[in-house]
Design a protein around this ligand. Structure first.
Ligand code: ADP
Ligand code: ZN
Length: 750
């Protein structure tokens, strides 16, 4: 039967809506007369649901409902909160690919402060002077009302502003302003005040540089891809300091010139004032608005930034992982800087990967996606090999400096001075740092572990202080005098002697940044030392101040964790020391090698950025480990060739997709039994589409008093695999004794 509505082409009368619930269902509702034409795909609405009223999102407009009886939409919440079509398509894809519920995906897509039923802009009263009123009229009317006279005079300097500011600045009451309003001399009305996040505003423009040849080729490739019907992503594989950011900036400039917009993803950690200043400085005076999205925004700021983006008032969005969901209209380009970074992977449901979603969004919006890195992920390298991405190399440093010289220091041979209480600083490294101090240059010491000493082990009885709730050792934080668990945060005071045998001189077998700071201070008593890790950088501007101090050369030795390896520019740092490169290699994960190689290359990139040559010292007990050897020789191609070959032989990602199923429960035996039974079912169901291993206790077996079990699955036909898994997982999730979760393309196997 032909639908008569279509024939008359009336607007659709039904909407498919996903209520804000982790349900995997959407429901049809009818659109009441007063909302026809106003409800759009992505609109936020209020709907009846059972006996409750819920906020929901419109996924689709339909001419007919799937069920016979539909309830009507009750209310439209804000005409402007809807999502671009590409994002809704992304939501559907995410649901299938990540085996997630549509509700959870929709919740990920929009920040809570936007989803919330009564989210709104902040309204304040705004006073405007009415122009063109003859001075005699005013004089005649208010000459005896002194306060009103004063207020009028105040308006001669400032003809408009917030009412509350006016009452404060001029010391004139609201009643007086209202009286002027009654006389028709001013208007007072409610106006939206945008809550803008704090930003470092540049004082100087950051002018475009003349691109060197490799950069020109990269830019040309991006611009050419923009004209293609279905552009391919472009991987810019450029060593640190090769001028990738300059290429992004110039490409974005072209995008804006063409009337389009850009999203730039950076790892959360590099959303530093330096980055923001660089972007702002480039577009200074060009009326380009830059929005930011990161985890430090207040709810109000996030709400306002989101709407600013959705209404197309910002041309550029810079943000961490979730900025890939920025509801930007007319997108022209997406840039993913440091595309190999594991922080792009969300570790909670729906476990998405922002780089992969960037590529998907680029595909849906038919725009190029630029992935940049000095050490690309193996996933992206393989896509290049398969011809799915273009690749361009930037091989020389833009400022014409050379790559730093990398030295390996074999810790088995080169101990520190302190003999048996090995001091963590080899003699070689001490000499290198001393040379910098003598020349007034800076050194950077990297250790990927905060705290004082990562585990406290009794040298007499061997007992290690472990967390009572998690299967990890506690970390000693000296400043607090406490042992603390880095997984659950629980802690206790540092005991004076071993609780096992009473021995009272603990050997500190491994060492955190706090300990290094103490040792460095003892070895270099005159040096000015600054430590950057998440313990010392716990206030909003602490990192900003610390980085300023480093650039102003008020610091001689910078000690830090991961936080200092990303995208920072320190021209006076000429020596980089990696305190212990072996730690990460001991993690039972097939990606360990890749991570260590990437970290070493990134840390090495922090040195020698100006005309002063840099040197890097890698302390290790495994000097012949391939990841360390390739890093030492800056042999990036060698590393990728070997690592890809290894992954291919053993059939690991990126040569297949992988899925990790996790069970977590209070009772070890019960959880074990349930995971055994359920994993058997899974093994049978997925056999046609890939292979599942056997369930086993997770490397971190106990976290926050829950026992964890893992099942690792490799899939050949991913979507078919997920289809087979979904009903099982949904059924398993109903079992109360254990929590089951599914992580597609897992990043951490521990
Ligand atoms: P990356 O993002 O690859 O680390 P950047 O774009 O940050 O590289 O560039 C590194 C340094 O080189 C910056 O100080 C930048 O100002 C400078 N630079 C970049 N491109 C050029 C160029 N074409 N000419 C001169 N200096 C450049
Ligand atoms: Zn714990």
């Amino acid at each position: 039967m032909v639908n008569s509505l279509t024939a008359l082409s009336l607007p659709p009368l039904f909407a498919r809506i996903v209520p804000e619930l982790s349900l995997d269902r959407a429901f049809d509702y009818s659109i009441p007369d007063f909302l026809v034409g106003r409800v759009k795909v992505g609109s936020k609405v209020k709907v009846p649901f059972g006996s409750r009223t819920l906020v929901g999102f419109v996924l689709e407009l339909r001419e007919r409902a799937e069920v016979e009886k539909t309830k009507p939409i009750l209310e439209l919440l804000g005409e402007s909160s809807y999502l671009p079509a590409a994002l809704l398509e992304m939501a559907q894809w995410m649901k299938h690919y990540y085996c997630a519920s549509l509700g959870s995906v929709m919740m990920t897509l929009m920040p809570k402060s936007v989803r919330h039923a009564d989210a709104k802009f902040k309204e304040r009263l705004w006073v405007t002077k009415i122009e063109g009123i003859p001075e005699e009229t005013v004089a005649k009317e208010v000459h005896r009302a002194t306060k009103q006279r004063e207020a009028w005079e105040f308006l001669q300097f400032k003809s408009e502003g917030w009412l509350s500011d006016f009452t404060k600045e001029a010391g004139i009451s609201v009643a007086t302003w209202r009286a002027l309003e009654d006389r028709g001399f001013v208007s007072i009305h409610s106006k939206t005040e945008e809550r803008l996040p704090w930003m470092e505003m540049p004082t100087q423009p950051f002018l475009p540089l003349v691109l060197h040849e490799e950069q020109q080729q990269a830019l040309a490739m991006i611009l050419k891809e923009m004209t293609e019907n279905q552009p391919k992503p472009i991987l810019i594989h450029g060593i640190t300091g090769s001028g990738k950011t300059e290429v992004y900036l110039q490409a974005i400039h072209e995008v804006i010139r063409a009337g389009k917009r850009a999203i730039v993803l950076v790892p959360e950690i590099s959303l530093t004032p330096q980055t923001m200043e660089r972007f702002h400085g480039r577009f200074l005076g060009e009326k380009v608005r830059i929005a930011v999205l990161h985890s430090h925004l207040s709810d109000g700021e996030r709400h306002d930034q989101w709407h600013q983006i959705r209404e197309g008032r910002a041309q550029i969005v810079i943000g961490a992982r979730s900025a890939i969901f920025a509801p930007m209209p007319d997108l022209g380009l997406i840039v993913v800087d440091e595309e190999h970074e594991s922080s792009y992977k969300q570790e909670e449901n729906p476990h998405y990967h922002a780089r992969d979603l960037a590529v998907l969004r680029g595909h849906l919006e038919k725009i190029p996606v630029v992935l940049g890195s000095a050490t690309p992920s193996l996933e992206s390298m393989l896509r290049v090999e398969e011809g799915k991405y273009h690749k361009i190399r930037l091989n020389r440093r833009a400022g014409a400096e050379s790559l730093p010289m990398i030295h390996l220091v074999d810790l088995k041979k080169d101990f520190g001075k302190k003999g048996k209480k090995q001091s963590m600083l080899s003699e070689t490294l001490v000499a290198a740092v001393q040379a910098r101090l003598d020349r007034g240059e800076q050194s950077l010491l990297f250790l990927n572990r905060r705290g004082y000493s990562s585990s406290i082990q009794c040298p007499q009885c061997g007992v290690v202080q472990e967390c009572a709730h998690c299967s990890v050792s506690l970390t000693y934080h000296r400043q607090k005098g406490r042992l603390q668990c880095h997984l659950c945060g629980e802690g206790k005071a540092m005991p004076r002697s071993c609780p096992g045998c009473g021995f009272d001189d603990y050997a500190q077998s491994r060492h955190g940044t706090e300990k290094i700071e103490e040792v460095v201070a003892a070895v270099f008593p005159k040096a000015r030392i600054c430590r950057i890790d998440s313990d010392t950088m716990n206030t909003k501007h602490a990192l900003h101040h610390a980085l300023k101090a480093v650039s102003n050369r008020e610091v001689d030795i910078l000690i830090g964790t991961q936080m200092i390896t990303k995208g920072l520019h320190f021209p006076w740092v000429t020596c980089v020391g990696v305190i212990d490169s072996d730690l990460a290699l001991q993690i039972p994960d097939y990606r360990s090698s890749e991570r260590v190689f990437q970290t070493l290359m990134q840390v090495a990139g922090r040195s020698g950025r100006s005309d002063l040559p840099g040197e890097v010292y890698i302390q290790t007990k495994m000097p012949f480990h391939p990841a360390i050897q390739f890093a030492r020789h800056h042999d990036i191609d060698g590393f990728y060739e070997q690592e890809l070959e290894f992954r291919r032989t053993v059939g690991f990602p990126p040569y297949c997709r992988s899925i990790l199923i996790e069970w977590k429960g209070k009772h070890e035996e019960m959880s074990q039994r349930i995971s055994d039974l359920q994993s058997e079912e899974i093994r049978k169901a997925v056999a046609p589409f890939g292979e599942a291993g056997y369930v086993s206790p997770a490397p971190l077996h106990k976290v926050k008093d829950l026992y964890r079990f893992h099942l690792f699955i490799k899939s050949r036909d991913h979507f078919a695999m997920v289809n087979a898994l979904r009903p099982l997982i949904e059924r398993f999730q109903k079992v109360k004794e254990v929590q089951v979760k599914i992580d597609v393309d897992p990043y951490h196997l521990t």
